[in-house]
Design a protein around this ligand. Sequence first.
Ligand code: G4P
Length: 528
Amino acid sequence: MKFIEEISRRRTFGIISHPDAGKTTLTEKLLLFGGAIQEAGAVKSNKIKKGATSDFMEIERQRGISVATSVLGFDYKNNKINILDTPGHKDFAEDTYRTLTAVDSVIVVIDVAKGVEEQTEKLVEVCRMRNIPMLVFINKLDREGKDAFELLDEIEQKLNLKVTPLSYPIGMGYDFKGIYNIYEQNVNLFTGDPKKDIEDTIEVKDLNTDQIDQLIGSDSANQLREELELAQGVYPEFNQDDYVKGKLQPVFFGSALHNFGVRELLDCFVDIAPPPRPKSSEEREIKPTEDKFTGFVFKIHANMDPKHRDRLAFVKIVSGKFERNKPYLHVRLGKNLKFSSPNAFFAEKKAIVDEMFPGDIVGLHDTGNFKIGDTLTEGEQIHYKGIPSFSPEHFRYINNADPMKSKQLNKGIEQLMDEGVAQLFTLEMNNRKIIGTVGALQYEVIQYRLEHEYGAKCSYENINVHKACWVEVDDEKSEEFQEFKRVKSKYLAHDKQGQLVFLADSAFSLQMTEQKYPSIKFHITSEF
Ligand code: G4P
């Protein structure tokens, strides 16, 4: 197959949702369609089980599973699909944000009864900021839920999206009769048989004939006609260009559990979702079709075996062909590296391969060379941008609890931060280290891993920080900035990249500081 064909048949995407909306179930059904797995229940959920949210051993166990489901690759109708796993648990939101830098589009799953939930709002906002094309799947139509119009409205209001339905439910819950597929112009009748792999679709080109009445009864048929007419009046016509630009979000309805409406979603998805997209670097924009390989690290996974400090770096291929045993430039370190056993990801397994293409994720064994955000090239000095850090929610001082092991502790902290487990801030005043995390759970994970993987012991100490704000100033010599640095010296720190961060101790003090120093900008993300 030609290089260009390989690129254009790739679809690399993430599924995002609030926990329990049905992401795992949907993923599994997509894999079934791809023939990548044989039966439902084969994909282990890497989500943290309910009731186990404070059990970090459970997280360690899940960490093993999540390696297997980090990237799920399979073929479907001559497309190569790569699903990148995005943890739904909010304590791992940072991981998900980073993964979203490696997708070319996303599918958003929403529970028909719960509607738009908190975690969906946050994740969609990140996608919106990056103009990532989004397709919405409203799930669990076999249950009672909100009315279709109410949901579409809610999605527009709460998620700030512009939607257009490409399928439409006929009843729901007890009365769920099926789905009219606006995109394909056919009807799919619901039998409620979860074992049936693919439902039969019945082509209905013209809703004004009585064909539809015979299928679902006159009352339902009339209601469907009315609602579709209304929908056509309210929502814009589907336009692929707007969708790809992130300006319009098509919506599908279905039931992942019953494998209903999933085939429609997938068929439309491979049809309209974009192949790998160009990516900006600090120097220039790089197109996937360029013949020289480039890629960037968006995720690092430590090996489960503490005896080997071996890690797997996940690299998204942006351009060119990745080849086994070919030397590539690690731009940050300025050194050439060769990879003798690069991994490609298939459903539930990885395998060593000789070449991979833009859109693919390659897993590289690493002994500590990689950090999240690193760029690999064939020699060109480019730096991919946009692996953002967001202000953590929790902050604690980290102290060395075993003075004999300070080297191990520092090494451990450094590597865990490179992996993106948490963020490190170093206070300007006294060089004390502060660990910031999205969830409180990470503190236990860090403590456990420092001890078991690095032989170091740490303790924590509370510190009152509300938010970490990255500081932006035009003129570092200005009197205002100098005064700010003097007055707030106690609250100033540097992140791992050396960027200046203001650790505000309350929302009020942040507001006061912003007012007092109008020429200084305070950002809650490192990307501005
Ligand atoms: P998540 O990955 O987004 O967290 O959600 P997951 O797929 O694990 O689904 C959460 C729960 O919702 C599961 O039930 C799952 O069976 C159910 N579910 C998913 N899709 C549908 C659907 O279309 N209809 C209905 N009625 N339920 C659906 P659970 O009881 O929490 O887990 P399990 O014991 O069934 O695995």
